[in-house]
Structure formats: structure tokens, C-alpha cells
Design a protein around this ligand. Structure first.
Ligand code: FAD
Length: 253
């Protein structure tokens, strides 16, 4: 079984600085593995232990993200791939998903792709579903448990009403909730091996991508404001009213 686990390195703090173009100043804050991605990594390693095969970790980020990949290797990942080049910087979720998809295609033939349900910095929760849509594979988000029997994936999904169970044919993509799996500790042998392991570093030409990063991103963060305390002022509307409002703004496909 070939499993791909997408990991994002995020600031280990809430007080992050934003550059003038509203991208994160990643040099100023200590960086860690995104919390939900820890569950994705542990699920990937557990399924590889049970079913055999390989677990590959993949991240797009600055060269310093290599430290997170080495951490994943020390905990048991088999391979690590870093997409790093100034041209990737500032990508929005669509371009991020496009680059991750290109890397998945280049690395070839994954049975299962695992992501966190959201990154703690950008927190859109868009990359996983976008990646699945681009690869035209089934996608279950907000998973708390997943298992595989034969070619069938069974996933328990956390919803507002409780837990829903889904079955899907492989290949598929699952995004994991934070704390749904407790990430194993690195072993001494794992730490030694990770220190020497080769990390494949790919650039846009390696992926056959010409346009990426902030320049190719159709969306841009233009303003960030602190979340108002308490409940957000939102109105619940019947679907008909929502559709009518979208129609009025010519926002329907
Ligand atoms: P999410 O979609 O929340 O991440 C979900 C999962 O996808 C992660 O758990 C991980 O498994 C995987 N993943 C995400 N990024 C990577 C990566 N680089 N490498 C490997 N796996 C990854 N971009 C937008 O398009 N729209 C916005 O509204 C937006 N708002 C932002 C607000 C802030 C404050 C910041 C700092 C950034 C914002 N961004 C936004 C940029 C966004 O962070 C990037 O597009 C990023 O690459 C993915 O978006 P995300 O952080 O929301 O990830």
C-alpha cells in the first residue's frame, strides 16, 4: 500500500507577524508540524504497519520545513519530499493543492492520501478537498477514525450531529481531526536514520509547473482582523433565500 501524508509546518504560536502582502513571516516564529497533520501521520504509519507498503510525507514550504520532514522520518515515515523554491511562496490554497497534486502524480500511484482537516495558520481547510477534487478521488473530511479492508476504506466522520460512517473505494483522500490519533514517539534508530536520510527536494520545473506561488494565485489575503469575541454575527437563512441572493449577485455557476 502506498500512502501519501501531506504535512504543513506552521507557526508554534498565535502571535505571528504578517508581511505587507499578508503572507506569514515564517522566519520570526518557531515552526512546528500542524496539529491535525500529526493525526494524519499516525494514521498513515499505523495503516502501513498493518497492511505493509510505504508511507511518504510531503510538504511545500521554505527549506526550513525539512526539519519537520526529518521529524516525520524519525517517527517512522519511509520517504520525505519537500517542494521548496521561492517561486512557490505565498501560494493560495488552489495553487498549493495544484502543486501537491503535481508532486503526487510525479511520485506516482498512491492508494491513500491523508491531510489534516485544517492548518492552524491559514485555517481554510480547503487544500485536502481541492487535492481530492483535482485527482478525482473520493474525499472524506473531519475523520476521527479510518481503516482499510481490501480496496475499501471505512471512515468515521465527525459531524455536528455526532459521527457518520462512510465507505469509499481506494484511492481516496481523508482529512483528519486534531487529536484523532496520538502520534507515536520517535525511536533512537529512527532519530539516527532520519538525521542521515535523503529528502527529495523538488522545484516547479521538476513538477512541470510554470505558474505557482503568489503570482499565480487567483485569490489573495487582503485583510486580516482579529475574530470578534463571542458568537460571530451571522444570520441563518433558508436555502431559497441564499440561492436568490447568489442569483441576484450573478454568483451562481
Ligand atoms: P488548509 O487547507 O487549512 O490545510 C489543510 C491540510 O492541507 C493541512 O492540514 C495539510 O495536511 C495540507 N496542507 C496545507 N498546506 C500544505 C502545504 N503547504 N504542504 C503540504 N500540505 C499542506 N489562502 C487562501 O487561498 N485563502 C485564504 O483565505 C487564506 N487565508 C489565509 C489567512 C492567513 C492568516 C494565512 C497565514 C494564510 C492564508 N492563506 C489563504 C494562505 C494559505 O495558508 C495557503 O494557501 C496554504 O498553503 C494552505 O492553506 P491553509 O493554511 O488554509 O491550509
Amino acid at each position: 500500500m502506498k500512502i501519501l501524508i501531506c504535512l504543513k509546518q506552521v507557526p508554534n504560536t498565535m502571535n505571528v507577524k504578517l508581511s505587507s502582502d499578508f503572507t506569514l513571516e515564517r522566519e520570526t516564529a518557531a515552526q512546528v508540524m500542524n496539529l491535525a497533520d500529526e493525526s494524519a501521520l499516525e494514521l498513515g504509519l499505523s495503516l502501513r504497519d498493518t497492511h505493509g507498503g510505504e508511507a511518504t510525507v510531503l510538504t511545500m514550504g521554505p527549506m526550513r520545513a525539512e526539519s519537520m520532514l526529518r521529524e516525520a522520518l524519525s517517527r517512522g515515515a519511509d520517504h520525505a519530499v519537500l517542494l521548496s523554491d521561492p517561486a512557490f511562496a505565498g501560494a493560495d490554497t488552489l495553487i498549493t493543492a495544484k502543486c501537491l497534486r503535481a508532486a503526487a502524480d510525479k511520485l506516482g500511484g498512491f492508494d491513500l492520501i491523508l491531510c489534516g482537516r485544517r492548518a492552524s495558520d491559514g485555517e481554510t481547510g480547503q487544500v485536502g478537498p481541492m487535492l481530492a477534487s483535482m485527482m478525482q478521488i473520493p474525499c472524506v473530511v473531519n475523520a476521527v477514525k479510518a481503516d482499510i479492508a481490501g480496496d475499501t476504506l471505512t471512515v468515521k466522520q465527525l459531524t455536528e450531529d455526532g459521527v457518520t460512517t462512510w465507505k469509499a473505494a481506494l484511492p481516496a483522500l481523508v482529512t483528519l481531526c486534531e487529536w484523532s490519533y496520538r502520534l507515536r514517539l520517535p525511536s533512537i534508530a529512527g532519530l539516527r536514520g532520519a538525521a542521515k536520510a535523503e529528502i527529495k527536494c523538488l522545484t516547479p520545473p521538476d513538477l512541470g509547473i510554470s505558474a505557482c506561488g503568489i503570482a499565480a494565485s487567483p485569490t489573495r489575503v487582503v485583510h486580516v482582523s482579529p475574530r470578534p469575541l463571542g458568537l460571530r454575527p451571522c444570520k441563518k437563512l433558508p436555502l431559497a433565500d441564499v440561492l436568490a441572493a447568489l442569483e441576484e449577485q450573478e454568483a451562481l455557476p
